[in-house]
Design a protein around this ligand. Structure first.
Ligand SMILES: [Zn+2]
Length: 472
């Protein structure tokens, strides 16, 4: 069974679904007022990898991902015109609803380009205000929340486990808030907003028992996860920056309302770094998939790059690393094309051993760097037949999601089996000025349908009449 690192317990634990054979998973989704960047996409990829590994190992998955399409800025920020949803609307001459629809569609397009398998449900926050109001009502009834002047706050001192996920204590949190502007309506500085009264200029506002207003951000994930997955579910994913306060608050809300644990395993993915900094809109170092394609890369080259690092580690992004990932992906595609028809079944013991190694790696807290090493090990393992290699890599790609069948360069750029070894040997022969051996290898290559010639930059080869590239 898949083992995952649980942020709640700080240990790697087997996933034991509440309902045998089927995992219920909630993934925090995008805020739709601008395009997501590749750092965001790395966290959405985490949910996809969990899902693919589970399905590949015979477990069904029901995944829910929220779409945050409600502006959550407080009225002070809002009145200064800094609500991001409104800013985007003003920028683009669209209504807030049109902005949300536009970027929601863009988000789905980005996910498709990255081969992220769609979740079963994408609930929109704007369509679940009723569920949020019900949940807030329950928290007030149970003594976890208080109303003050049209605002509803969560009282963190009433929830015993507050701080457990992020390893914070209420005292630490109180100290941490010392430098902030004090909201005198809060009883404890770590209390957080569940419902905010709308100021006079607020455009998007909803009726509630506490007057017109809008929900705090955290409540949507509690309300929608339980609406679609029930009062207990298996896995919750998100980026590491959501651990506190977003997920800490989600636990306090959901468990406060129900009186029992809701999520078994919390999984958090680390940041993407670019030039040593976390990729974030605010730092101006943002790459989107559109930019990546404009600069000549394939979106799945980025996916390959993500697989070379553990999800719990920071990933250093650079155009060079991306180009190297692209080369590697194309090379795997070329191997797959070269191996031809996959075997109907994998039977040779050596092949089965490779399959075991791959399985062990991905089940071990998604150790994709190790799985990628296994992939390359297989390509160079001569005793395994090409047909069995093709069967294995084709099957593994259901987990990798690299679309390797389409990653090969065009057929006339693919070398026949054995040709690249002959080219290497010929290169070596020329370096030691063994011209006889070099000519012999040129003839051997000719018999494979590969023509080679020597240029001032070294060997160039091609199939048929065109000589077009140097190997490597
Ligand atoms: Zn969330």
């Amino acid at each position: 069974m898949l083992r995952l690192h649980n942020t709640l317990t700080r240990t790697v634990e087997p996933v034991r679904p509440l309902q045998p054979g089927a995992v219920a998973m909630y993934s925090c989704g995008p805020t739709v007022y601008r395009p997501v960047h590749i750092g965001n996409l790395r966290s959405f990829l985490l949910g996809d990898l969990i899902r693919r590994v589970l399905v590949w190992s015979g477990v069904a998955v029901r995944q829910v991902m929220n779409i945050t399409d409600v502006g959550h800025m407080t009225d002070e920020v809002y009145d200064r015109g800094e609500d991001k949803m409104l800013l985007a609307a003003a920028d683009e001459g669209l209504s807030p609803a049109e902005v949300a629809a536009k970027y929601e569609a863009a988000f789905h397009r980005d996910c498709a380009r990255l081969e992220i398998i769609p979740a079963e449900v994408y609930p929109r926050a704007s369509e679940h205000i009723g569920e949020m109001i019900d949940l807030i009502g329950r928290l007030i009834e149970r003594g976890h929340a208080y109303v003050d002047d049209g605002n509803v706050y969560y009282d963190v001192t009433t929830f015993d486990g507050y701080g457990q996920l992020s390893r914070n204590s209420l005292d630490q949190l109180r100290a941490g808030h010392r430098l902030e502007a004090v909201d005198h309506h809060k009883r404890h500085p770590a209390d957080f907003i569940l419902w905010k009264a709308a100021g006079p200029r607020r455009v998007v506002r909803y009726e509630s028992p506490w007057g017109e207003g809008y929900p705090g951000w955290h409540i949507e994930c509690s309300a929608m996860s339980m609406a679609y997955l029930g009062e207990r579910f298996d896995i919750h994913t998100g980026g590491v920056d959501l651990t506190f306060p977003h997920h800490e608050d989600e636990i306090a809300q959901s468990e406060g309302a129900l009186g029992h644990a809701v999520v078994t395993t919390w999984v958090h993915g680390d940041h993407l770094l670019f030039s040593g900094q976390k990729m974030a809109k605010s730092s101006g170092n943002v790459w989107t998939l559109d930019r990546l394609e404009e600069e000549g890369h394939h979106p799945l080259d980025f996916r390959y790059l993500c697989l070379t690092s553990r999800y719990r580690r920071q990933l250093r992004f650079s155009p060079d690393a991306l180009a190297a990932a692209g080369k590697a992906r194309a090379k795997l595609g070329a191997h797959l094309a070269e191996w031809g028809e996959p075997a109907a079944a994998v039977e040779a013991p050596a092949a089965k051993e490779w399959d075991e190694r791959f399985r062990d790696a991905v089940l071990d807290d998604l150790d994709f760097p190790r799985a990628i090493t296994v992939v390359w090990g297989l390509t160079g393992d001569d005793p395994v037949s090409p047909a069995e290699k093709a069967a294995l890599l084709g099957d593994w790609d259901r987990v990798l999601g690299l679309d390797l069948a389409a990653a090969a360069p065009p057929a006339d750029e693919v070398l026949p089996t054995g040709a690249s070894e002959l080219l290497d040997a010929r290169q070596a022969a020329r370096e030691r000025k063994d011209w006889a051996e070099s000519d012999r290898l040129r003839d051997a290559l000719h018999h494979l349908g590969v023509e080679v010639t020597d240029t001032k930059d070294g060997q160039a080869w091609g199939r048929g009449p065109t000589l077009w590239r140097s190997p490597g």
